[in-house]
Design a protein around this ligand. Structure first.
Ligand code: TRP
Length: 347
């Protein structure tokens, strides 16, 4: 059995244990604040995070601002993206009294864990990571030291708060493996400090962008959570479909039509084939209208709440300031344990 199917099998039993005993778990998840969050984020990770946090699982969310510069020079509109993401988390139902939302760059003790952790991995291990290879290829640039080592940084994100559960998509499994390796090697070398976190594979399907490829801001095929209803309609109207009048679900041969059907299915809870049968020979125009309505109906409460929160910027800043304060407390405690274990404590 390969590691993916093994993790999938384990995720099933893990999921039921999390429901039965939520208080034994702390999840750490996060995003790179490279742009506005979109439906891919929502169905891929945010909805699962809200569900786990509602069960009572201690939830820590990193806005990985240092990770923005792994594969590009410019940090971009990072502040706007950070506050935008906080708005989306809150609007999606994350309660800032129960969850800790923080930014990488605000927590020095977390970043300091990178030093001992880097000593626990070899350059060859880092070069082998498929995520590093894929991002290097996509960036079209020389490999930066930060891109090569960011999986170790991600281990620091998870281990600074002793997260023991990491909800991830399939692509990110190698990072969890590396995090477990680092925790194990640290504990072997210096004594028990870190848990070995488990990956919880997210059950939700990959959300297609409007052209049928994976939804991504950089492909220009995303429906942003913060778009207006009109912007959503315009984005959907631009989706390339085909000349076949009867609507059918066939992601291979009809990527545009099928991406619209999947988007409408996720938002309405009605499956693609039923939606397609309902439209029949009414054509792409009817499909676009149906998809636009499904997305706008689904996102209406989120957008309303988001707009209300956006009109209270002091509150949003306070949520992040509180989260950063808590994350610093946690990180200082863990770094203290690391120093004690390593014998680098000078009191
Ligand atoms: N790399 C993740 C992304 O691009 C964000 C991230 C940073 C993360 N640190 C993490 C995810 C730790 C899980 C655990 O979205």
């Amino acid at each position: 059995m390969n590691s993916f199917s093994a993790t999938l099998a384990r995720s099933e039993s893990l999921r039921s244990d999390v429901s039965a005993r939520p208080h034994r778990y702390r999840i750490l998840t996060g995003e790179r604040p490279t742009g506005p969050l979109h439906l891919g984020h929502y169905f891929g990770t945010v909805a699962e995070r809200v569900r786990l946090h509602n069960l009572g699982v201690d939830t820590v969310i990193v806005l990985a601002d240092y990770q923005v510069i792994t594969d590009r020079d410019a940090i971009g509109a990072v502040r706007r993206n950070v506050y935008g993401a906080v708005l989306d988390y809150l609007a999606a139902g994350i309660d800032p009294n129960k969850a800790t939302i923080f930014t990488h760059s605000s927590v020095p003790a977390l970043n300091q864990l990178l030093l001992p952790f880097l000593s626990l991995v070899t350059e060859a291990e880092l070069h082998r990571k498929p995520t590093v290879k894929a991002e290097l290829a996509a960036s079209g640039r020389a490999l930066s030291g930060l891109l090569l080592t960011y999986p170790v940084h991600q281990a620091a994100d998870i281990l600074f708060c002793k997260g023991n559960l990491v909800p991830v998509g399939k692509d990110n499994l190698p990072h969890i493996e590396l995090t477990r390796t680092i925790a194990r090697r640290f504990n072997e070398r210096y004594g028990d400090v870190f848990p070995e976190p488990q990956a919880l594979l997210t059950a939700s399907p990959e959300v297609p962008g409007l052209d049928g490829r994976k939804m991504s801001k950089s492909y220009g095929n995303a429906i942003g959570l913060s778009m207006t209803a009109d912007e959503t309609a315009a984005a959907i109207r631009r989706t390339p479909t085909d000349s076949q009048r009867t609507i059918t679900f066939d992601p291979e041969k009809r990527p545009g039509v099928s991406a619209l059907l999947t988007t409408a299915a996720l938002c309405s809870g009605i499956d693609e084939d039923r939606l397609a049968a309902g439209i029949g020979a009414a054509g792409a125009g009817a499909l676009k209208k149906l998809t636009t309505d499904a997305v706008n109906d689904f996102l209406a409460p989120h957008r309303l709440l988001r707009a209300e929160l956006a009109s209270a910027p002091d509150y949003v800043r306070e949520v992040l300031r509180d989260g950063n304060f808590r994350a610093n407390e946690i990180a200082a405690r863990t770094l203290g344990e690391v120093h004690a274990a390593m014998g680098t404590e000078y009191l």
